[in-house]
Structures are given as C-alpha cells and as structure tokens.
Design a protein around this ligand. Structure first.
Ligand code: HEM
Ligand SMILES: *[C@@H]1O[C@H](CO)[C@@H](O)[C@H](O)[C@H]1NC(C)=O
Ligand SMILES: *[C@@H]1O[C@H](CO)[C@@H](O)[C@H](O)[C@H]1NC(C)=O
Ligand SMILES: *[C@@H]1O[C@H](CO)[C@@H](O)[C@H](O)[C@H]1NC(C)=O
Ligand SMILES: *[C@@H]1O[C@H](CO)[C@@H](O)[C@H](O)[C@H]1NC(C)=O
Ligand SMILES: *[C@@H]1O[C@H](CO)[C@@H](O)[C@H](O)[C@H]1NC(C)=O
Ligand SMILES: *[C@@H]1O[C@H](CO)[C@@H](O)[C@H](O)[C@H]1NC(C)=O
Ligand SMILES: *[C@@H]1O[C@H](CO)[C@@H](O)[C@H](O)[C@H]1NC(C)=O
Length: 325
C-alpha cells in the first residue's frame, strides 16, 4: 500500500502544484480546522485599535520586521531564550516595535477556539492585513499555513532590517535579498501612511544635514518648523514622536505619496524615493491614484508575507507566541 499512497500523493502534489503550489500557502488552510479564525483575529485587532489608534501601525510594522528576519515565522515574537538572543532587543526593534500584547491576546482567543492549530506567524500576518483595512486601507485575502520558527536571531535583525539612514541603493538591496524588488520598496514604504517615528530617526535632517549646521534643503519649510517644534535640538527630545504622515497619520490612504511629492516626507529614506528616476514615477502615480496604490499594496504585502515561510512538517505551532513549545 505504501508505494501506492506515495504515488497518489505525488499525483495530488502535481495537481496542487498546478493550482495553488505544493507545500506552499493556501487560502483555505484553516477552513476546516479553525473556521472562525479570521473573525477572531479581526475582532482582536478592532478592539486594540479602539483602545489605541496607533496600534494598527505597530502591528503592520511587527509583521514587516518578522518577515525580514529569517522569514515570516514569528521569530520577532519570541522572548529571549536560553540558547538565543531575542530579536526584540535588536537595534531597529528595541524601544521601537510595539503590539506584542495584542498578538498574545488574539493568540489566547484563537487557542480557546482551536487549540494548537494556528501558528503565531499566520495570526500576525492576518492581523497586519486587518490593521490596514480597519484604518481605511485595502483588504486582500491572506494565504495561510505558515508554521512558527524555533529560534530568533538578533544579529540578523540588526543586519537585514533597513535603516532610515541608509541609501536607497542599500535599502533596495535588502529588499532584493528577500526576493522583493524596487517597486516593493516604494509600495511598502507607503505603510508609513500610518504611525509615528521618534525624533532621532530623522533629526539630522533638521539641524545639521551638511555638517555646517543647515537642514536638509529638500525638506519643506513649514514641515521643518513643525518638526523642529516637536524635536528641538537637544538630546532629551530624541524619543518624542512625530507622525510619519503629517497629513493623516491614523488613516491608511495615499497621502504619504502626496507628502513626498511636496517635499514633506519625514524620514530621509522616505523622501529619497523622489530623487531616483526609477522610483519617482511610481510615487507620483500613487499620489494621484489611491486605488492603484491600494491594489499594489495588497500584492506586495502577499509577496512580503511569503518570505522564508515554514510549511508542512517544518517548525511548529507554538502554544504561546513568546516561547518555543
Ligand atoms: C523601506 C525601508 C524602511 C525603513 C528605513 C523604515 C524605517 C522606519 C522607522 C525609522 C520607523 C520609526 C521607528 C521609531 O521611531 O521607533 C518606522 C516606523 C514604521 N514603519 Fe517603517 N521602514 C521601512 C519600511 C517599512 C515597511 C515595508 C513597512 C510595512 C509595510 C513599514 C511600516 C512602518 C510603520 C507602520 C511604522 C509606524 C510604527 C508605529 O507607529 O508603531 N515600514 N519605519
Ligand atoms: C464560530 O463562532 C460562532 C459564533 O460567532 C459559534 O456559534 C460557533 O460555534 C463557532 N464555531 C467554531 C467551530 O468555533
Ligand atoms: C490600551 O492602550 C494603552 C496605551 O494607550 C495601553 O497601555 C494598554 O495596555 C491598552 N489596553 C489594552 C487592553 O489593549
Ligand atoms: C544569525 O544571522 C547571522 C546574520 O545573518 C548569521 O550569520 C548567523 O549564522 C545566524 N545565526 C544562526 C544561529 O542562524
Ligand atoms: C551601503 O552599504 C555599503 C556596503 O555594505 C556600506 O559600505 C555603505 O556605508 C552603505 N551606505 C549607506 C549610506 O548606508
Ligand atoms: C503637502 O501635502 C499635504 C497633504 O498630503 C498637505 O497637508 C501639505 O500642506 C502640503 N504641503 C505643501 C507645502 O504643499
Ligand atoms: C534622471 O532624470 C533627470 C531629469 O529627468 C535626467 O537629467 C537624468 O539624466 C536621469 N538620470 C538617469 C540616471 O537616468
Ligand atoms: C501608473 O498607473 C497606471 C494605472 O493607473 C499604470 O497603467 C501605469 O503603468 C503606472 N505607471 C507607472 C510608472 O507605474
């Protein structure tokens, strides 16, 4: 019987490969095992946003920072273990990423409905989608079936996540190394239409951009005045918060791109999308056509959500997102 079963599963696999891909993610993955999953996640994200608007942005960023380090396998959610250092302490994450409690609360609800069935990485991926759509952005179906990783890697978090002080060439290289491309850099940077940045992440643009005490000449004068108001030139302002989209910071819309078009991007890594011939055309397109941005954002989010996923027998379904079983 064994070889017949093997032959059968090979044929099934060939069939699946033609439709959804074999050993890959699947839109219906939990339809039979956890039919209420998407409702539970959406309710959890909704109530978190009702409590604190910014949390939508924090959850979206958490998913990005999960996927760029060893793939979307929930490694960022792990607290420090005895045999590895947690990614939570890596430079781009420390005192900067938020939302772990929201994922914990949703995971607890999901465990009640369907114990040991749904991975933390799938919950985070769904939560990021809901964070976007509940703040006015696009909705897209999320392919599921990710499994959770067994370790975290602080070094990889420090090296693989892009920094706002890096050049566009370097940032693009990091995206390409994850299987994404230059268009994904522009589209996904549109995530900065919601949420906040600490002053130190862009302060050099305000006071001493050229080493001679002048601000970044590209930065719009009135935004410069506003930013200097929240981020005066002294160290105790470094962690003050400024909206990444000064126009509509809690609404997922295309004003991030409108801002770039009028020199009002906050991070240097945002505004630089206007000074490269390849990226500027896309920025202007999205600034004019919100629905083109929305459609492309969903496509790029699915691509990002596919980075380095564990499927089949790899990894595990964690019971608690903070620790390996
Ligand atoms: C392209 C390279 C990127 C760079 C250099 C970058 C950099 C940053 C920085 C410096 C902050 C502020 C963090 C702080 O001050 O604590 C931030 C916040 C944020 N980023 Fe990015 N980011 C990038 C791409 C992305 C992507 C791909 C997404 C998601 C699709 C994203 C979503 C967010 C969100 C939503 C926030 C606000 C988080 C909050 O308010 O809690 N970013 N990013
Ligand atoms: C799904 O939720 C509904 C109520 O919203 C409940 O009646 C039903 O039992 C749940 N199904 C499962 C399988 O948990
Ligand atoms: C509500 O938001 C505050 C921050 O504004 C946070 O400290 C608190 O833990 C949140 N409560 C819940 C239940 O999410
Ligand atoms: C962690 O990531 C670094 C940088 O990508 C890599 O050199 C190292 O081998 C990784 N460590 C483990 C244990 O996978
Ligand atoms: C870009 O990457 C190269 C090689 O890693 C590095 O030497 C350079 O300092 C980086 N430039 C910026 C502006 O980050
Ligand atoms: C830039 O665009 C935003 C809307 O996206 C607007 O609030 C702001 O006033 C504009 N700034 C300038 C200088 O036109
Ligand atoms: C970029 O565009 C500008 C103006 O449209 C042009 O002068 C320049 O040569 C272009 N650069 C490249 C590398 O194509
Ligand atoms: C701009 O958007 C239109 C759809 O409205 C699309 O056909 C066109 O290719 C886009 N241009 C660029 C440079 O992306």
């Amino acid at each position: 019987m064994g070889h017949i079963a093997t032959a059968f599963s090979a044929i099934l696999c060939l069939f699946l490969l033609l439709s959804v891909g074999c050993g890959q993610l699947d839109y219906k993955f939990y339809d039979a095992t956890c039919p209420n999953l998407t409702k539970i996640v959406r309710r959890g994200v909704w109530s978190a946003i009702a409590n604190e608007t910014r949390i939508a942005a924090s959850i979206l960023r958490l998913h990005f920072h999960d996927c760029f380090v060893n793939g979307c396998e929930g490694s960022i959610l792990l607290d420090e273990g005895s045999d590895f250092k947690g990614e939570k302490n890596a430079f781009p994450n420390r005192n900067s990423v938020h939302g772990f409690e929201v994922i914990d609360a949703i995971k607890a609800d999901v465990e009640k409905a369907c114990p040991s069935t749904v991975s933390c990485s799938d919950i985070l991926t769904l939560a990021a989608r809901d964070a976007v759509s509940l703040t006015g952005g696009p909705f897209w179906p999320v392919p599921l079936g990710r499994r959770d990783g067994l370790t975290a890697n602080e070094t990889a978090a420090n090296t693989d996540l892009p920094s706002p002080f890096e050049s566009l060439v370097n940032i693009t290289a990091k995206f390409i190394s994850k299987g994404l491309d230059s268009k994904d850099v522009v589209v996904l940077s549109g995530g900065h239409t919601i949420g906040f940045a600490q002053c130190f992440t862009f302060k050099s643009r305000l006071f001493n951009f050229d080493g001679a005490g002048n601000p970044d000449p590209i930065l719009d004068e009135s935004l410069l005045t506003i930013l200097r108001g929240v981020c005066p030139n002294q160290d105790d302002s470094n962690t003050n918060l400024v909206p990444l989209d000064s126009a509509t910071s809690s609404k997922f819309d295309n004003s991030y791109f409108k801002n770039l078009a009028n020199s009002s991007g906050v991070l240097q890594s945002d505004q630089v999308l206007m000074s490269d011939n390849k990226t500027v055309a896309l920025v202007l397109n999205y600034s004019k056509y919100p629905f083109v941005f929305f459609k492309d954002f969903g496509v790029s989010m699915i691509k990002m959500g596919n980075i380095g996923v564990l499927t089949g027998q790899d990894g595990q379904i964690r019971k608690n997102c903070r620790v390996v079983n």
